[in-house]
Design a protein around this ligand. Structure first.
Ligand SMILES: NC(=O)c1ccc[n+]([C@@H]2O[C@H](COP(=O)([O-])OP(=O)(O)OC[C@H]3O[C@@H](n4cnc5c(N)ncnc54)[C@H](OP(=O)(O)O)[C@@H]3O)[C@@H](O)[C@H]2O)c1
Length: 313
């Protein structure tokens, strides 16, 4: 059995060593070494379209991330890129859930405890009491309560915040008020103090965070985006921050990454920028998960995390 790898930084050695250990029955080859040869499985992150074009040899493509928008966009642009019969498999948590919980909880507590304002006071040499927020007034909404979002929602609820969740189909998460679908969106958004975005990027969710959506949140709300840049209409967010509708935003993902040096987000002190690090792909966890799934597929057993092409995630 052959497994073909593609990672954009070309640092293959640790991946090949990891697969050799976790899946010794497979021969692991790089895309560059094995172009044109048939293989059984591909393991990829942001692959070039040539790697997927006409690949009827593949039994599955494993994506080294939870979001598969990069692969699906290649297919939209070039219908020959990856036959529809080849399943695309995303990472299911693989150590990302804990990182997401840390990132989002940190941002929420920073806002809740007014830490940015205390930091500004310190810079001005000011010792001054600021009225604390009340937990009961600090309702948090998590858009997308799938693998990662459900863990974030549960963690925030454990601090005693009122937490709402929103998904496409009806879900239930302990301690979280769940809403679903377009008909549930207004009740989900109404008066939120913090909106956390963990949706997949699909044609339905692109540009979802626009001026209209931000206006439904409480005045002076916060936005935390850990999903994908194109979920947010940048100009609308900037306008909402400048008008005070949004008091602050923590953004980990952007339409163009790295965020261009002349993007106005860099100049807006109420926007916190991190370089797409909310939840990193952990090599060992990812290899272990993919190796288990390859063994299951070889044995004819079903696996979790197969992307539904209709839904787009
Ligand atoms: N910044 C980072 O470092 C980083 C790292 C990892 C992942 N991510 C992003 O996080 C995203 C989510 O990952 P995940 O593993 O949690 O995905 P997931 O398990 O597929 O969960 C997605 C959630 O979004 C909901 N959803 C999808 N489309 C919707 C729509 N049109 N309306 C309402 N709800 C909708 C789904 O609803 P149902 O429950 O009804 O299906 C589900 O609850 C990824 O796609 C990726 O873009 C970012």
């Amino acid at each position: 059995m052959k497994v073909q790898l593609y990672v954009p930084d070309g640092r293959y050695d640790p991946w090949i060593e990891g697969f050799a250990e976790a899946l010794p029955e497979a021969e692991c080859v790089t895309w560059e070494q094995s172009q044109g040869q048939p293989v059984d499985y591909a393991v990829v992150w942001r692959p070039p379209v040539e790697m997927l074009r006409g690949r009827t040899d593949l039994k599955a493509v494993f994506n080294l991330g939870a979001g598969v928008d990069g692969i699906l966009q290649l297919r939209d642009a070039d219908p020959e890129a990856l036959p529809a019969s080849v399943p695309i498999v995303r990472l299911d948590d693989a150590g990302m859930g804990a990182q997401m919980v840390e990132y989002v909880t940190h941002a929420v507590l920073r806002y809740f405890r007014r830490m940015d304002e205390f930091a500004a006071q310190q810079r001005a040499g000011t010792w001054k009491f600021l009225k604390p927020n009340r937990r009961a007034d600090f309702t948090i909404g998590v858009m997308g309560i799938g693998t990662l979002g459900a863990q974030i929602a549960r963690a925030l609820a454990s601090f005693g915040f009122p937490v709402r969740g929103w998904s496409r189909s009806a879900r239930s998460v302990e301690g979280v008020e769940c809403h679903a679908g377009e008909q549930g969106q207004a009740a989900f958004l109404d008066g939120l103090r913090v909106l956390v975005n963990v949706l997949p990027l699909t044609p339905e969710t692109e540009n979802i965070i626009d001026g209209g959506l931000l206006a439904r949140l409480a005045k002076g709300a916060y936005l935390i985006n850990v999903a994908r840049g194109p979920h947010v209409v940048d100009e609308d967010l900037l306008a909402a921050v400048q008008q005070g509708q949004i008091a602050g935003a923590t953004l980990d993902v952007f339409r163009k990454e790295p965020l261009p040096a002349d993007h106005p987000f860099w100049q807006e002190p109420r926007i916190t920028i991190t370089p797409h690090i909310a939840a990193l792909t952990l090599r060992e966890d990812s290899i272990a998960q993919i190796a288990d799934k390859i063994r299951a597929l070889q044995a004819g057993r079903p696996i979790a995390g197969v992307v539904d092409l209709q839904r787009g995630y």
